[in-house]
Design a protein around this ligand. Structure first.
Ligand SMILES: Cc1cc2nc3c(=O)[nH]c(=O)nc-3n(C[C@H](O)[C@H](O)[C@H](O)COP(=O)(O)OP(=O)(O)OC[C@H]3O[C@@H](n4cnc5c(N)ncnc54)[C@H](O)[C@@H]3O)c2cc1C
Length: 666
């Protein structure tokens, strides 16, 4: 299949509305004859399941957690974008489209992004109708805030719990369909493999994680909504269970994997505190609306801070370096994540990091507290010069906006962020890469789709804040349920897919062999031992900045680690019980393959773009330097036995509506 042949041609504005599709051929009556499997109940999977069921399809939905509500999406904090222009600040579909293409450093597909911008407004209406409690302003209208890389306020939010509230909305819609018998929900079930019959995705092998039994499930199409793979780095802000396995299994069965090296390192996370950690915590980007990022100007002050002899609050304004405001006056603290992360690393590498390990910068709310406090005093007719009163009033405003985030910080760090600036450092957060999909969100396996963070589709080399929830819900509520009809129109006479077909038998047998080999291995090292080692290689050599030497070493080291894993991993227990270590072994095995392809992709892409920073390709000021002549394409890797043999296909990116320029936030 040619990769670009499935991207619609013609002016971008017409691409969605005029896209020729067979969806009208699947009548409501015919939809009742069609089964669809959805793997995942995050925002993408839950919204897709509910909508497919609403349209009439028979849906089977799977998640490995005990409830769909525990999908990683529940952790999303800051908000969701939509081009509603409620603030009257000049927002529009075109502007969201433009910001997203530019934010992704001109490495995403125009047509998909335009469609995303178009449906963004519908998402908010849909969620409000479901009862999602978005924040409202004084007059009762939906409120907005700003996220990085844009100059408008288009982010809708529910305090610092936007993902939770959106997922509860989608979950309620799903529950209604579960009640109607249109969705059959399989909690604590892990998809172990895809079953392909006559070249089409026709089902999955799932493992019931409670009793260990393998099950066969058939359908006319399979939708993968399994989330991102940031946990390949071991330490990330992702939920502990987030993994690549569903995406990787379909990759091994023929789905191309796109841009694996495009990873987002988020600038505002709580710094690593030691070797004992297995998880990092995000401090939402929404905090950059009001928080100012800085390090001391003088290296002597840094030294005193590290020795505990000086406090951040004792450093005067003129001795602070608000380095984002200094370097990027137009966007200031709201530059995109990749830019903010690299700038923090640059300051810390230069010796200005403010914690013991030198890997932290300040995020300071003092100015915002004073600004809000004075405003409140003015509104209430109180004394604006009473600093204690102003501070209290200002803190109340900040608490109402970000209270739960401040509380989370205080619980983890044991320091009061209302009084002392937060300490933050970049951490792995999101993966723009993922399963390659065409405009209809179908992978290169007919009948197998990928949506949400699991696919590569919309964010290019860098995702803008609050755009992941937008994409997940766009895919789930407004794109996949309609584009899938294009394919399923041919299946109305197919009838039920028989799970006793030899293809199901073969796939189940292969899964069984792998599971048994893990528990019978009796090696000397735990699964986590390998995951941690992999994570260290990934962070050191494929992390915030990458170079040829490091990437070449990473490829060799990951390949050797994988061999050692199969020889020496120890998985306690049996295959016939609840066995978390066994589940994790399978996921780490896949990370060990993905990690190598990741490094290979990063090595191949000898340019800097978005979150992918090749040291060999930078401007004299240390900014990312793209090479549009040689790299304006999506890397789509075909599996050929093992990562080192993967074959690269290039989907050329054509920009018809947006002029490709050097990205600047100055
Ligand atoms: C801390 C944090 C905060 C964030 N905040 C924001 C924000 O404010 N705004 C924003 O836009 N984005 C945010 N993001 C990003 C956003 O949360 C994610 O990109 C998004 O939620 C992913 O949704 P998803 O539905 O694609 O996948 P997920 O929510 O990760 O769901 C994956 C689902 O797949 C299932 N699954 C996976 N593998 C299997 C398998 N093999 N078998 C069965 N089931 C499987 C899981 O059980 C789960 O149900 C944040 C991310 C993090 C880490």
């Amino acid at each position: 299949m040619s990769l670009d042949s499935k991207t619609p041609k013609g002016p971008v504005a017409d691409k969605w509305t005029n896209h020729k599709s067979k969806i009208n051929l699947v009548s409501p009556a015919n939809k009742r004859l069609i089964d669809v499997i959805v793997v995942g109940t995050g925002l993408a999977g839950a919204s897709a399941s509910a909508t497919l069921a609403e349209l009439g399809y028979n849906v089977k939905t799977f998640c490995f957690q005990d409830s769909p509500r525990r999908a990683h999406s529940i952790a999303a904090q800051g908000g969701i974008n939509a081009a509603k222009n409620y603030q009257g600040d000049g927002d529009s579909t075109h502007r969201l489209f433009y910001d997203t293409i530019k934010g992704g450093d001109y490495r995403s597909r125009e047509a998909n992004v335009h469609r995303l911008a178009e449906v963004s407004t519908n998402i908010i209406d849909q969620c409000v109708a479901q009862g999602v409690p978005f924040a409202r302003d004084y007059g009762g209208l939906l409120d907005n805030r700003s996220f990085g890389g844009v100059l408008v306020s288009r982010t809708f939010y529910a305090k610092g719990q936007t993902g939770q509230q959106l997922l509860l909305g989608a979950y309620s819609a799903m529950n209604r369909q579960i009640g109607r018998g249109k969705i059959k929900m399989y909690n604590r079930h892990e998809m172990m493999d895809l079953v392909i019959v006559d070249g089409k995705a026709r089902g999955i092998i799932a493992r019931n994680l409670v009793d260990g039994k393998l099950e066969r499930h058939s359908a006319h199409a399979v939708v993968i909504a399994s989330g991102g793979y940031g946990n390949v780095f071991f330490l990330s802000t992702n939920a502990m269970g987030s993994n690549v396995s569903a995406g990787w299994k379909i990759h091994k069965k023929g789905a191309h994997f796109a841009n694996p090296c495009f990873t987002q390192i988020h600038p505002t996370c709580i710094p690593v505190s030691g070797d004992h950690q297995s998880k990092l915590t995000l401090m939402s980007e929404s905090l950059r609306n009001d928080g100012r990022i800085w390090v001391p100007k003088n290296i002597e002050d840094v030294k005193l801070i590290r020795e505990g002899k000086l406090k951040a609050t004792e450093i005067t304004e003129e001795n602070r370096d608000y380095y984002l405001e200094r370097r990027y006056p137009a966007f200031g603290n709201l530059v995109p994540r990749d830019v903010a992360s690299r700038a923090a690393k640059e300051r810390c590498d230069a010796g200005y990091g403010v914690n013991k390990t030198g890997e932290a910068v300040y995020l300071d709310f003092a100015a915002a507290i004073t600004r809000y406090g004075k405003e409140q005093a003015h509104v209430k007719g109180l004394d604006e010069n009473d600093s204690a009163l102003v501070k209290k009033l200002g803190q109340d405003v900040v608490r109402s906006k970000y209270g739960n985030l401040f509380q989370m910080y205080e619980k983890i760090v044991d320091q009061d962020p209302y009084e002392m600036p937060m300490m933050i450092y970049p951490a792995v957060h999101y993966t723009m890469g993922g399963v390659w999909v065409d405009y209809n969100l179908m992978t290169s396996i007919p009948g197998c789709y990928a949506i949400g963070e699991a696919n590569f589709s919309d964010h290019g080399a860098n995702r803008l804040g609050a755009s992941a929830l937008m994409q997940g819900l766009a895919d789930g509520y407004f794109v996949l349920p309609y584009t899938i009809g294009d394919y399923l129109a041919d299946d109305i006479r197919t009838g039920k897919i028989d799970i006793s077909l030899p293809e199901f038998e073969k796939a189940e047998a292969a899964v069984k062999v792998q599971l048994e080999s893990f528990v019978n291995n009796n090696g000397k090292n735990s699964v986590d031992y390998y995951h941690k080692k992999l994570g260290k290689i990934m962070w050191d050599k494929c992390g915030m900045s990458r170079n040829k030497k490091g990437l070449t070493e990473a490829i060799a080291e990951i390949s050797a680690l994988r061999k050692d894993f199969y020889k020496n991993v120890n998985v306690p227990g049996t295959t016939k019980e609840f066995n978390e270590q066994l589940a994790k072994a399978g996921r780490v095995a896949d990370f060990l393959e993905l990690g190598e392809l990741f490094a290979k992709d990063a090595l191949e892409r000898n340019e800097s773009c978005g979150g992918h920073f090749r040291e060999e390709s930078q401007t004299p000021e240390g900014e990312a330097l793209r090479n549009d002549k040689d790299f304006t394409f999506v890397s789509a890797w075909e599996y050929k036995g093992e990562p080192s043999k993967a074959k690269l296909h290039k989907e050329e990116l054509k920009y018809e509506e947006i002029e490709v320029k050097t990205r600047s936030y100055k």
